[in-house]
Design a protein around this ligand. Structure first.
Ligand SMILES: Cc1cc2nc3c(=O)[nH]c(=O)nc-3n(C[C@H](O)[C@H](O)[C@H](O)COP(=O)(O)OP(=O)(O)OC[C@H]3O[C@@H](n4cnc5c(N)ncnc54)[C@H](O)[C@@H]3O)c2cc1C
Ligand code: SF4
Length: 486
């Protein structure tokens, strides 16, 4: 009896076909503990469960496939500890721990990532690791957007063209959304019954839950939204949660989409004249570059959760769970997190983790929050993004500087400051935006770490040259603000 056991995030027929084995039974497993590792957003739970139900429903006519909601773990470990059982290796440490008792099972590397586990050992050698180096190698190896040995368009990255600031009147094509069907309603009811105290709302539900829907969403993105991806990628606008972002991360991470297929379709769209090279390259860099790199960094970094290079120990403010703050950028962003289980990249990086880093929140608490609150969260993708890129808690293992900013960046890139109680341009008094004092306070606290960093030394020098009254004022406002946080 040859059997295949799939995790609930390996929802693609590539997993079934990859081994060329005629399985007698295929099981997609779930265990309630998978949904209790963090206080997950209700939308995440309902989406993940619905995706499992849809996968089994879609393929049960073609394969001997079943859904197994494991009730007795000991039974499961006894029955399934057999070399004729095949499993694909998961990424998250908690899933690796889950399969530890299954010592006899035949494990196979995950074929849905472009870079294999073995390959990472030679790709991530010289530290600090750089996404760009990996990305170029993958472009060459897989001949993506290449004209023989040269990158199409004359350069590997058009990132510099993708950072236009906020301006009034920007309009974006809406993403494709999906109606709630019977299986999703079943998942919503299941989530509301079992996880009623979890954060987030299930009043609405629009995300793709099946391979078919995920492919439709991707095609819609390519046809209507890809051409504007990039230009205003870093902009944040009130009540525009998605803009030209693809909204495919949950589909990729659950296996509903195959990343290489996504890349090829976007490359083809460029060749068909649907978009110029800038958005095509910018998008492919996210999936081929960032997504793969982040997984490689996670696999190659033991004990990532324990890192705290900046020695930060403040608890996460309670408003991260209810959006109850007078800082408009944070209240808008967190309200969207609660409503949608989604924020785009710059909200995650330059509002949520930026603020947590500036006030000195303990990295593990920030990491737990990010693991909890997003439809696309998995520890392998959250942890390097949060501990590495967002907080610099790994001391610069995978990014060259801490991503921090004062109010001027948020004002330039968003309309959050319009109507905020605080003023991003005022430096003293009650109306002064806390981000400015916090920024200089951060530089002051970490000047010994930042001074040798060529990308940060200028800010340390600016602080050194700042007149003492202005500097003291910034530090005083920062301390007052930190003390006021609940
Ligand atoms: C602090 C922080 C936490 C994050 N947490 C998650 C998470 O839990 N799950 C997750 O999938 N992504 C996470 N990201 C990465 C990124 O923000 C999301 O992938 C993206 O916002 C998803 O929306 P989208 O599909 O509309 O992406 P788009 O902006 O349209 O990008 C397309 C795709 O590129 C990939 N991608 C882009 N940037 C990254 C990145 N830094 N890491 C990995 N993949 C990337 C994603 O698969 C994404 O779907 C995080 C980033 C930061 C800074
Ligand atoms: S003024 Fe400050 S707190 Fe208010 S939205 Fe702007 S950056 Fe955020």
């Amino acid at each position: 009896m040859m059997k295949l056991v799939l995790f609930p995030f390996q929802l693609n027929r590539s997993y079934i076909d990859h081994l060329n084995i005629d399985f007698d039974e295929i099981l997609v497993i779930e265990h309630l503990s998978f949904y209790k590792r963090y206080p997950y957003h209700k939308k995440r739970i309902a989406l993940h469960h619905s995706a499992v139900l849809h996968f089994v429903d879609t393929y049960q006519k073609k394969y001997p496939i079943k859904h197994l909601l494991i009730e007795d773990l000991n039974d499961f470990y006894n029955i399934y500890n057999d070399p004729r059982i095949y499993m694909f290796l998961p990424n998250d440490q908690s899933d690796i721990d889950f399969i530890k008792p299954l010592t006899e099972v035949t494990y196979v590397d995950d074929p849905m990532f472009i870079v294999s586990r073995e390959e990472w050992k030679s790709l991530l050698v010289k530290k600090p690791w750089k996404m760009d180096t990996v990305y170029r190698k993958l472009r060459h190896k897989h001949l993506i957007l290449m004209d023989h040995d040269l990158p199409i368009g004359g350069k590997f990255s058009f990132d510099a063209e993708n950072r236009k600031p906020y301006k009034k009147g920007l309009h974006f094509h809406e993403p494709l959304t999906f109606e709630i069907d019977a299986l999703t309603q079943q998942s919503i009811d299941w989530t509301n019954a079992l996880f009623k105290d979890h954060p987030g709302s299930l009043d609405s539900f629009i995300y793709p839950v099946s391979n078919t829907q995920a492919n439709q969403a991707l095609k819609h993105f390519i046809n209507y939204r890809l051409s504007t991806f990039g230009d205003h990628q870093d902009v944040m606008i009130k009540n525009e949660p998605y803009m030209s972002h693809a909204l495919i991360s949950s589909s990729l991470n659950l296996g509903l989409l195959n990343p290489m297929d996504v890349i090829k379709e976007v490359e083809q769209a460029y060749h068909d004249g649907l978009c110029s090279i800038e958005p095509a390259e910018g998008f492919i860099r996210q999936v081929l570059g960032w997504r793969e790199y982040i997984r490689g960094v996670y696999l190659m970094t033991p004990d990532y959760h324990k890192k705290n290079a900046l020695n930060h120990h403040i608890p996460l403010p309670s408003f991260y769970w209810d959006a109850n703050t007078d800082l408009s950028c944070l209240s808008h962003t967190i309200s969207e997190t609660l409503e949608n289980g989604y924020n785009h990249h710059i909200q995650r990086l330059m509002v949520l983790s930026n603020y947590a880093n500036l006030i000195g929140v303990k990295p593990k608490e920030v990491n737990n929050w990010f693991n909890s609150m997003y439809i696309d969260s998995f520890d392998w993708v959250v942890t390097p993004n949060v501990m590495g890129m967002g907080l610099y808690a790994d001391g610069g293992l995978m990014s060259t500087k801490p991503y921090i900013s004062g109010a001027s960046y948020i004002k330039k890139m968003s309309n959050f400051c319009d109507g905020c109680k605080y003023d991003p341009t005022i430096k003293t008094g009650e109306k002064a935006c806390p981000f400015n004092g916090l920024y200089w306070n951060f530089i002051d606290n970490h000047k010994e770490t930042l001074k040798p960093n060529p990308r940060m030394s200028m800010m340390v020098n600016l602080l050194d040259k700042m007149d003492s009254e202005t500097k003291q004022n910034h530090l005083h406002l920062a301390q007052l603000h930190i003390k006021s946080i609940k």
